[in-house]
Design a protein around this ligand. Sequence first.
Ligand code: ASP
Length: 470
Amino acid sequence: MSEAAARQRSGMQLHTKILLGLLIGAAVGLAANLTVGGDNRVVQGVNHYLADPVGQIFLRLLFMIVIPLVFASIALGVAGLGDLRRVGRVGGKAIGYFLVTTALAAVVGLVLVHIVEPGTHIPQATRAHLLTTYAGDAATKIQAATTGKLGVQTIVNIVTRNPVKSAVDLDLLGLIFFSLMFGTALTMIPAERAKPMLAWLEALNDIVIKIVDIAMELAPYGVAGLIFGVTSRFGFALAIPLGNYILVVLAGLLIHALVTIALIVRFAIGMSPVDFFNRIRASIITAFSTSSSSATLPTNLAVAEQNLGVPMSIAGFVLPIGSTMCMNGTALYEGITVIFLAQTFGVTLTLSQMIVIIVMAVITAVGAAGVPGGSLPLLVGILAMFGVPAEGIAIILGVDRILDMSRTTLNVIGDMSATTWVARSEKVWTPAQLPAIETVVRGAVLDESPGWPRPPEGGEALERAGKERE
Ligand code: ASP
């Protein structure tokens, strides 16, 4: 069995376990709530001594890596942008496309979550209970974190005086600013000198992602504990808002794919959207089943060349970078989730706070790794920044898998449209170059497929693409 297949298998097994943990925790919690009630002493004891601690440990493992992850991924992201800049105009276009479509996706999500307001239909009594149980002083924290008006001082405050203090206070904007500066400066010093720091950051990034993997091993139990805590206390009261939240995320992803991206495909790329989606079907299937943009990269490269006829000189570097930087679905999901939880805890956000959320969603989507659940630690960071209690996150973590599969699909659709658009605008590709539809590969294109060596990651791919272009 190939490494990829092995990874996928163990991924499936883990996620089946998480789902089981969710179902068992929810069923036992609901049964307890409906029979003896959440205030029963035994139920309270189970929550206090078992369910809450297990859930907390799982969440703390995720919180633990927020700071190093934000720093490493953002600094590396900017350093990567430096590489892209070196590839010149094409790199600039790719970055522009990534940022604009990601921001549009976040806006679609925010508009939708405002219209539907999935988190507001919670009975007043339940909300009060939620706050007293979980929030502690969170409600005041939320207010404190979010009532400030966007003024000169907000901007000045982003330029942190002390990155270590920003890290301690979970002042993500300050930390992100420092990381951006760090990454930028890294691209400005001689390559020789920058090399060890880049290697160090890459290792740090890999290490924290490994910690996510370890935490995920605990996830089936953590999720069971967390969901038991929620259902034993609240019964069905939160089920409907949660269901609505899932529907809003799925609807947002669909709208962005079928309206925003379809319009770009029609008018900026000049292809029929139906034909486009049909041709990239193998990428869509792979993204949906692996929940990982990075794991979908080999398929994307094959599809770009074989099914869309995009030259490798473009696809070979837009796709590898896009697989970690272009995350339309992730930004949309993060925006909706932050607002949903704010609504759940009864917080109204002002327009300027929305703008901060859009900016945060875009930056963290760019920084998220293209692996299953890659955006979760960053999302946890944003939520903490807005003072949303950890258990609020628990409510949504339990249902994350299906949302992960779906947002990854949109991330990959974004990558493919980016590549095609860049090729078109560079005049190295027109719709006339589309291969005959009979030759199009529709199923999953595996990374073992002949003639498709696994592409080197990041820098190497860039170098190669740059050479090819010369
Ligand atoms: N799983 C996503 C991806 O690979 C990242 C995320 O968690 O949003 O694109």
